[in-house]
Design a protein around this ligand. Structure first.
Ligand SMILES: [Cu+2]
Length: 200
């Protein structure tokens, strides 16, 4: 199920009226962009699109575990992603082989906390659209989600200001297929940000 429309971006904001959002708005912003998997609820999954000329994206979400047993995010899968890595800091969900999802808690995957690095994105990610990913949890199993594709410098899910900056910087190219990376130009820049070290 792909929600391939930029309206998804606005689902977490009050910027657009109900008419523009249709069904999403009927459910209310708090329920507009979330997925249930057993006792887990994945809210506002989003990715930071690769910077121009790069192929590394970052995955974030709010993951609520309403159950009594801890779980673990052990994989994020997509045919359009080459390789993934879990990054975390000492405060956020470091767990061998994945990101810990404690019971009765919300785990926040965010730019300044635990997150998933998506290397070698094979398909251009159009900012403002959706990116289908399969999240795999150790106990709860798998769920297919549509992550909102936010700008490379987005601070949070549905960052409208970052989207606006991105669109301004890419004015004229926004609606133009084909994607920069789709023309046979292979880019292999895999530099992670300096603060983005491997979890130990
Ligand atoms: Cu959302």
């Amino acid at each position: 199920m792909m929600i391939e429309r930029r309206d998804l971006l606005a689902a977490g904001t009050a910027l657009l009226g109900g008419a523009a959002l249709g069904l999403l708005a009927l459910q209310g912003p708090a329920h507009a962009h979330e997925y249930d998997l057993g006792k887990l609820k994945i809210e506002h999954p989003w990715v930071r699109a690769p910077k121009d000329g790069q192929t590394t994206a970052y995955f974030y979400a709010f993951i609520h575990n309403n159950g009594d047993t801890p779980d673990k995010l052990i994989a994020v899968k997509s045919p359009n992603v080459g390789k993934t890595e879990f990054h975390a800091d000492e405060k956020h969900g470091l767990s061998p082989g994945g990101i810990a999802i404690p019971a009765k808690k919300q785990t926040t995957l965010a730019p300044d906390g635990a997150h998933v690095v998506l290397f070698d994105i094979k398909k251009f990610l159009q900012v403002g659209w959706g990116f289908e990913l399969v999240l795999v949890f150790e106990k709860a199993g798998e769920v297919t989600i549509d992550a909102a594709i936010d700008a490379p410098d987005a601070k949070h899910a549905h960052d409208a200001e970052a989207l606006e900056r991105w669109e301004k910087a890419h004015a004229g190219a926004t609606d133009a297929a084909p994607a920069p990376a789709a023309g046979g130009h292979e880019h292999h820049h895999h530099h992670a940000p300096a603060n983005d070290q491997q979890p130990k």
